[in-house]
Write a protein that binds this ligand. Structure first.
Ligand code: C5P
Length: 489
């Protein structure tokens, strides 16, 4: 294709991966899936798990924080020649490490991270970036796993909704009206066709179907609503001033119960409140109103009903070292694993709220540098929450075009865990945060990478300041290069 996008080739690569999996399964080989611990990685593992179950395959799933020598050494030890290894949502960014540790073994990689390193013949590598397709916005790893699973068996169309959850977990709803677009759009259509998903446009409160309005408003963190997000009492007080009945017949109303006029009044009050706190009007509208993805087969009043909440639940299980529960839920468990995951979700939420409140009281921990913001979480922010905290804080910074580099210190390993975020507008203009983080990490004896809008790294603590300074100057270089291109263009 003239625009560099080779959609058919990408689809063909998915088919080849599916053929390989079928061939090995039919030979009686065991399948070992290693996936990433965030919502997209867990959804991808759930999709592969369900598809392999349907194919009567013998398989096991392992979820990891990131790929490194330790993980690969475990993989080597746990899999012999009779095993097909599949990496989902990890691998593309670490091709050389993979090669050094896996040797000539055949591996399948289903990943949407920016590929780094050299591809090898024994890698069956399905990644949208290799075909000119934007893996940050158009399809996530669970989407790739879904395409592969559909080639395995047409009936796997009933797994499409899991890929929608994964894509939302990876914040791919960057299209107008907070929609999923690109190849994700086709997956959304499959999920609708299989009667598991409906899409509506509404206020994007977290829990619009499932919670009393004041709770839903307090749980909403994109945008982060100062003095309301995370604070149920203040949220209730705000709503009481709006002349909206919060209860009917002694029962709390949810957002879905409000009339059009009540919603309009609520939006307008929130809009004015956020403007008074310095937010831009168009940003408020684009983040508060948009597409909601409703999983119609899930019980109303549960966090599984709204695909964004489902993704948060999966993320919570992954970050809190209970990813097995997330995989079990994707594969259909609604009993013990689900109950336990609900408890973990609550704990995770409370931790995030605690750190956001702490940051509110310690604003000096967020520094504005020349070209970036730095959030010094140090030992005070638990590394399990730094990714979520970074995402939330990045939506409420005064200069949205400056990337945020947040980190927590993990004393046991003497490393910092870094979570970096850049606004979609600046990423679309050409700033590639994943690449910047990778280069800076390499120079500081660490590892890093990711996407243009969200990237991460693990860096030895002693290199912390050097790492941040390199990022600051790489961002500066990149922005001035882009400005130069713009003025020449
Ligand atoms: O952990 P966090 O959510 O901040 O990671 C953001 C993105 O960066 C994720 O897609 C993650 O897979 C990626 N990442 C990476 N290499 C690392 C750390 C994170 O590719 N070493």
């Amino acid at each position: 294709m003239s625009d560099g996008r080779r959609l058919n080739d990408f689809i063909y690569a998915s088919k080849k991966a599916s053929d390989k999996i079928l061939e090995e399964v039919n030979k009686g080989k065991r399948v070992f899936i290693i996936s990433h611990m965030d919502a997209d990685g867990i959804s991808a593992a759930g999709i592969m798990g369900k598809a392999l179950l349907r194919a009567n395959a013998n398989f096991c799933i392992r979820i990891e924080r990131w790929m490194d020598e330790r993980v690969l050494s475990d993989v080597r030890q746990l899999s012999g020649e009779d095993t097909l290894i599949i990496f989902t949502d990890m691998g593309s960014g670490y091709l050389d490490i993979l090669c050094a540790n896996i040797g000539d073994r055949q591996v399948v990689i289903l990943d949407h991270h920016q590929p780094i390193g050299k591809d090898r013949e024994n890698f069956l590598h399905v990644n949208p970036h290799l075909f000119g397709i934007d893996g940050s916005r158009e399809i996530s790893s669970s989407g790739i796993a879904y395409l592969v699973s559909k080639f395995l068996d047409k009936r796997n169309i009933d797994l499409a909704h899991l890929a929608v959850i994964g894509a939302l977990g990876d914040l791919q709803d960057k299209y107008e009206g907070r929609r999923l677009g690109g190849l994700n759009d086709l997956i959304v259509k499959d999920a609708i066709e299989s009667k598991l998903l409906e899409v509506e446009t509404d206020l994007l409160f977290f829990g619009r179907e499932t919670r009393p309005i004041h709770k839903a408003l307090a749980y909403t963190t994109n945008p982060y609503i100062p003095e309301i997000s995370g604070e149920e009492d203040k949220s209730l007080a705000f709503l009481r001033g709006l002349d909206i009945d919060l209860k009917r017949n002694d029962r709390w109303r949810a957002l879905r119960d409000l009339s059009h006029d009540e919603k309009r009044r609520l939006f307008s009050a929130l809009h004015d409140y956020l403007v008074s706190k310095g937010f831009r009007s168009e940003y408020i509208t684009s983040s508060l109103i948009g597409a909601v993805y409703i999983l119609v087969n899930e019980e109303p009043w549960t966090p599984l009903r709204d695909a964004r909440e489902y993704a948060l639940l999966l993320n919570a299980t992954g970050r809190m070292n209970a990813s097995g529960l997330g995989v079990a839920i994707c594969m259909g468990d609604r009993s013990r694993a689900y109950e336990e995951a609900l408890r973990i979700l609550e704990e995770y939420r409370q931790m995030i709220t605690k750190y956001l409140t702490w940051l509110n009281n310690n604003p000096d921990r967020i520094e504005e540098w020349e070209n970036i913001y730095v959030l010094h979480g140090e030992k005070d922010i638990d590394e399990r929450t730094i990714s979520a905290v970074s995402t939330i804080i990045s939506t409420s910074l005064p200069k949205p075009n400056k990337p945020l580099i947040a980190y927590s210190y993990i004393p046991k390993e003497r490393v910092i865990k870094v979570s970096a975020r850049a606004a979609d507008s600046i990423a679309r203009a050409g700033l590639n945060l994943g690449e910047i983080i990778r280069i800076a990490a390499e120079k500081c004896s660490g590892v890093g990478g990711g996407h243009d809008v969200a990237a991460g790294a693990q860096i030895p603590y002693d290199y912390k300041m050097q790492f941040l300074k390199i990022i600051d100057s790489l961002v500066k270089e990149s922005i001035s290069r882009l400005r130069g291109d713009e003025s020449r263009g």
